[in-house]
Design a protein around this ligand. Structure first.
Ligand SMILES: [Fe+2]
Ligand SMILES: [Fe+2]
Length: 339
């Protein structure tokens, strides 16, 4: 399958006018409707299926093309767009770091978990490739992302990763996967993507679904090879510092290239939230610090925490049904085997 091949349905013009038109016609939940409940079972960790009992993790090849993406593709807002571009820039190198961290323990995990790990590698590898295709759009829009990427990758991976012991790299990966799962749940339930360019919405929805599918893999590897609470906490501390720091830095750089600043962006985001409240939007996004970091840390530090505490299966199924209806992914489960 050629990912850049045009899909038969629907036209971009129709979707730009009505971002969820195809989902409506397909009769599946749309991006601005609560697609499904996310249930939180207090004792779910104890009852969560083991790796062998979970559905297989399969990478998909989405059909995506980013021609015609506007410079301010999220809500027409410079601040919201650069905040999203900022974290998107971190993904590809970050995902390759996740793969390296987990791969270094592959020979020590149980066979059932190893099968899940291979699916995780396939999904993360494809996420990295898809986000890198979006980078070309940013370059065409005039952003100098290459020097930014070079500085980020040098500091994060040549320096910090190199200086970190192997168990800490895995623990950082596990904590970052928890943050990623929160971002994914947010993207699919928070309503913000209804304001996004339709093709980027599809990219982020596909990515979010697969993040939720493999959210427990790295955690289970850590539990099998180094089940230490102190190590888990250390991983969370470094993950918070690095994700928070690099995200803020990348956003500031992009805003500067776009003629703005963090201070101005903060004002713009506050205005967007006020407008959403005035217009009666049912879900108004809280600031990232609270919505992602505080929540993530609070959940993760609970000694009995497990990623499967929150049941995302209905959300995954409903979102996949929408993406299949839009022709972004195919339902055929016999796609290429995990790489
Ligand atoms: Fe990913
Ligand atoms: Fe992931």
């Amino acid at each position: 399958m050629n990912p850049s091949e045009p899909r038969p349905v629907p036209t971009d013009e129709a979707l730009r006018a009505h971002p969820t038109a195809s989902a409506r016609t397909a009769g599946v939940p749309t991006a601005n409707e609560p697609a499904a409940n996310v249930s939180t079972a207090g004792a779910a960790a104890a009852n969560a299926p083991t790796a062998g009992a979970r559905p297989p993790i399969r990478p998909r090849a989405p059909r995506l093309g980013f021609d015609g993406v506007r410079r301010h593709w999220l809500a027409g807002s410079r601040a919201a767009t650069q905040l999203a571009n900022g974290v998107n820039l971190l993904f590809p190198a970050g995902e390759r770091f996740f793969i390296r961290s987990v791969r270094s323990y592959l020979d020590r995990v149980s066979p059932d978990l190893a099968a899940q790990v291979k699916g995780f590698f396939g999904q993360e590898g494809r996420h990295a490739q898809a986000h890198e295709r979006l980078f070309d759009t940013l370059r065409e829009q005039g952003f100098d992302i290459d020097s930014l990427l070079e500085r980020y990758e040098h500091l994060a991976y040549d320096r910090i990763e190199e200086a970190s012991p192997r168990p800490l790299r895995l623990a950082v990966t596990v904590a970052l996967e928890h943050f990623t799962a929160i971002l994914a749940e947010d993207a699919l339930t928070g309503g913000v993507l209804v304001h996004a360019d339709p093709e980027i919405r599809r990219l982020l929805e596909w990515h979010a679904v697969e993040e939720l599918e493999h959210k427990a893999v790295a955690f289970d590897v850590l539990q099998e090879v180094a089940p230490s609470y102190a190590l888990r906490v250390a991983g969370m501390a470094l993950a918070t510092l690095t994700l928070g720091g690099f995200w803020l830095w990348a956003t500031r750089e992009l805003l500067a290239q776009d003629g703005s600043s963090l201070l101005e962006a903060r004002r713009e985001l506050a205005e967007l939230r006020e407008r959403a409240v005035r217009e009666g939007e049912s879900r108004v996004m809280e600031p990232v610090g609270k919505r992602v970091f505080l929540r993530g840390i609070r959940e993760y530090l609970r000694p009995g925490f497990h990623p499967m505490d929150r049941d995302h299966s209905a959300l995954i199924a409903a979102t996949l049904a929408r993406l299949e209806a839009e022709g972004v992914v195919v339902a055929d489960k016999s796609e290429e085997a995990p790489s």
